[in-house]
Design a protein around this ligand. Structure first.
Ligand code: TYD
Ligand code: MG
Length: 463
């Protein structure tokens, strides 16, 4: 292709903002040092955005109430945890972005999806721009045998990929990773904003036009967002993040955007020698290895999508050797913990200002739900008193600035989950008491105790 006049454009690598000159801070997303120079062909600029416009005939509007939904429009992957996160299977013609740190298991998960779907009689094309056929085969051998419906292509050129997809007509396509793909029509390097955007647009058109379900793998930046522009997240139907501690064996698949189901649904997996296994009872899994009778350890229940999940919160409070005490949190909001400590100090007279404090959600899970406030407060106080709370106790509730314990949603479900795992005492907001009486009083073994202030909870735990 004859190149026209080349121009430099600066793109923000995090939100895709374009500018003619370099800037230290992106005016779009206010991030620093994200503007990167890319050379673009002027003639391309005129066409940019034109990808979606190509080959379009005027289409007829239809009556909404007459559109029928057929169950076969969704393909079940057979991996229950994934199907739930996706909202009940893979929707035909949908585009799903799977993001996550390197080595977390994105390729493994997608290969397993391919295997399950191919076994169900669907034609699958796995396109890798990162690994060779032999490397993929070695990984695939660990996962099990693959049938004739599973096709493999090692390619990075989008034009070649488009050709192949049109020829092979698969039902499901996996692109491992979008950052390695390049379109010849764009002169910027693979992985740059313009390339990633173009590649996604081309694939999107293929997906919608040929009704192919496309999964794309996206790398994640240090800050934890998908590398490349934010626009990528707007273009696709579903965004899944694969997270978890690389050193621990379990992984969490979280839906952050889903046009076909609820978001914030999570799937829990464990990485084994032969691939990812579903974890059937995540609460039990999260609590395994919990110390017996240790001070500073409190169990709480957080709602992850539609599912209650029991988690352990650990607090450690000790005297500070420095003028400014050290505060650190893992897995929860730092500012929230500081606020809760201020509430404790002011409303319950617990002198924490001279203490270092560490709060940790075990298992590498990130929980931002305010319903875990009460458990954080109890974990801190338990460590401060150096006294273990009853090991069969669970607590949840949002804590307000005047030390009041406020209502949380789905209290009944949380209590049920705790009961199922053998907990005996549950401290919860008093206002929630009415939601969680078991149908037959006296049948449930768990004792629910309504708490209206933080002080109430502390009094209960002291006795
Ligand atoms: P991978 O899927 O390559 O990660 P990503 O595509 O997200 O970069 O995952 C690789 C990691 O998973 C690697 O550290 C090895 C581990 N693994 C297992 O523990 N068991 C297995 O069966 C497989 C295939 C990988
Ligand atoms: Mg990979």
């Amino acid at each position: 292709m004859a190149k026209g006049k080349m121009t430099s454009i600066f793109f923000c690598q995090s939100c895709g903002y374009e500018s003619a000159k370099w800037m230290g801070q992106c005016p779009g997303c206010k991030a620093w040092n994200t503007m990167v120079e890319e050379t673009v062909d002027r003639s391309e600029l005129k066409n940019s955005g034109g990808i979606m416009r190509r080959q379009r005939e005027a289409s007829e509007p239809c009556v909404l109430s007459e559109v029928t939904i057929r169950e076969q429009d969704k393909v079940l992957t057979g991996i229950g945890e994934l199907d739930r996160v996706l909202g009940g299977g893979i929707v035909q013609g949908s585009m799903t972005l799977v993001g996550g740190d390197p080595g977390i298991g994105k390729s493994t998960l997608l290969l397993q999806v391919c295997r399950a779907v191919a076994e169900g009689g669907h034609k699958v094309l796995y396109i890798s721009g990162e690994e060779s056929q032999v490397q993929i085969k070695m990984r695939a051998d660990r996962l099990g045998s693959f049938g004739p419906n599973m096709l493999l292509l090692c390619e990075t050129s989008l034009d070649a990929i488009t050709e192949t997809i049109k020829k092979v007509k698969p039902e499901i396509v996996v692109i491992d990773s979008i950052q390695t793909m390049y379109a010849e029509s764009v002169s910027a390097a693979p992985g740059s904003v313009s390339q990633v955007r173009e590649a996604t647009a081309v694939l999107l058109q293929l997906a919608k036009g040929l009704l192919i379900s496309v999964f794309i793998v996206g790398h994640v930046t240090k800050e934890g967002t998908v590398a490349g522009p934010r626009v990528l997240e707007h273009m696709v139907d579903t965004v899944l993040y694969f997270e978890g501690d690389r050193h621990a064996s379990y992984r969490i698949l979280r839906g952050v955007k889903n046009r076909f189901g609820s978001t914030n649904e999570i799937g829990v997996f464990e990485m084994r020698e032969n691939g990812l296994m579903e974890v059937q009872n995540p609460s039990e899994y999260m609590l395994s290895g919990r110390p017996e009778n240790a001070s500073g350890s409190v169990v709480t229940c957080s709602m992850e999508g539609t599912r209650p999940l029991l988690i352990e919160i650990q607090g450690l409070v000790c005297h500070s050797n420095f003028g400014i005490p050290r505060r650190q949190t893992t897995g929860t909001d730092f500012n929230r913990v500081n606020l809760l400590m201020a509430v404790l100090e002011k409303r319950s007279g617990i002198q924490l200002s001279g203490c270092d404090a560490y709060v940790n959600i075990t298992g590498g899970l990130k929980v931002m739900e305010p319903a875990i406030d009460l458990a954080i407060v109890l974990a801190i106080v338990s460590s401060f008193w150096n006294r273990a709370l009853p090991s069969k106790l669970i607590a949840f509730g949002e804590v307000g600035l005047s030390g009041e314990v406020r209502a949380v949603s789905q209290a009944g479900q949380r209590v049920q989950e705790a009961e199922k795992l053998g907990f005996e005492i549950c401290l919860l907001p008093k206002v929630n008491l009415s939601d969680c009486r078991p149908e037959q009083p006296g049948k449930g073994k768990i004792k629910v105790i309504g708490i209206s202030t933080v002080q109430d909870a502390l009094d209960y735990c002291r006795d």
